[in-house]
Design a protein around this ligand. Structure first.
Ligand SMILES: C[S@@+](CC[C@H](N)C(=O)[O-])C[C@H]1O[C@@H](n2cnc3c(N)ncnc32)[C@H](O)[C@@H]1O
Length: 209
């Protein structure tokens, strides 16, 4: 991650979490401070036991810190890039959060989802357990069209009662199309769009499976 002066909103968030101001942060690749604020506030309020992430990085460290503050919960973060996985693990260790998050080496593998071919995370390393909070910030959009689409077909059935899904970059045309595809595929899906810097879609089931 690039060394950059941290945005004031992120500094405030780190202060709220007692994390100090020395977090690795990349203004282009890391989630924006307002998205980080949303998932942090939700994690502190809802006290999820199991958080699963598609992509690792700043989100992982902050969510792991929320679990530590809550005294419960753990993050499982799917990461396709070994170098990014190593960086996130180092950041977790540096902040004493290694017990609160596991970065799973999850290479992107070819898979057919709803009749379309995708390169998406290998889920072999992800334990089978109900997911209370699912944060989707990868794989990167340059990999393919609708890069993040497989997340719900692959993981929605694992959502716990009351579980929520948080999609970053939801204002982009590609992500808007992904959300529309999800709504068509999962008619019981309730979607809230938050018009922050890059857009955030918050999703949950209106009925139980
Ligand atoms: C949008 S990033 C989000 C990472 C994480 N959620 C965060 O907030 O830091 C999604 C993925 O892009 C990849 N990535 C991160 N930094 C990158 C870089 N500088 N160049 C190319 N890919 C990168 C990693 O595989 C990461 O999982």
């Amino acid at each position: 991650m690039a060394d950059a002066a941290l945005p004031p909103a992120l500094v405030a968030l780190l202060g709220r979490l007692g994390l100090g101001g020395d977090l690795a942060y990349d203004p282009w690749w890391s989630a924006a401070p307002d998205f980080l604020g949303l998932i942090v506030e939700h994690a502190l309020a809802a006290r999820p036991e199991t958080i699963v992430e598609c992509s690792s990085g700043t989100t992982t460290v902050l969510l792991a810190r929320c679990c530590a503050r809550n005294g419960r919960g753990r993050v499982w973060s799917l990461e396709n890039g070994p170098e990014f996985a190593a960086r996130t693990r180092a950041e977790l260790a540096r902040h004493g959060l290694a017990e609160r998050a596991e970065v799973i080496d999850a290479p992107l593998i070819a898979q057919t989802v709803d009749g379309c071919e995708f390169q998406w995370y290998d889920l072999a390393g992800l334990p089978e357990r109900p997911i209370d909070m699912l944060v989707i910030d990868g794989p990167p959009g340059f990999i393919q069209r609708h890069s993040r689409y497989p997340a719900l077909p692959r993981l929605y059935h694992r959502l716990a009662a009351g579980g929520t899904v948080w999609l970053d970059d939801a204002a982009r045309p590609d992500e808007r199309e992904i959300v529309a595809r999800w709504q068509a595929a999962f008619p019981d899906l309730a979607v809230e769009f938050i018009a922050n810097e890059r857009g955030c879609a918050v999703l949950h089931r209106e009925t139980r499976p």
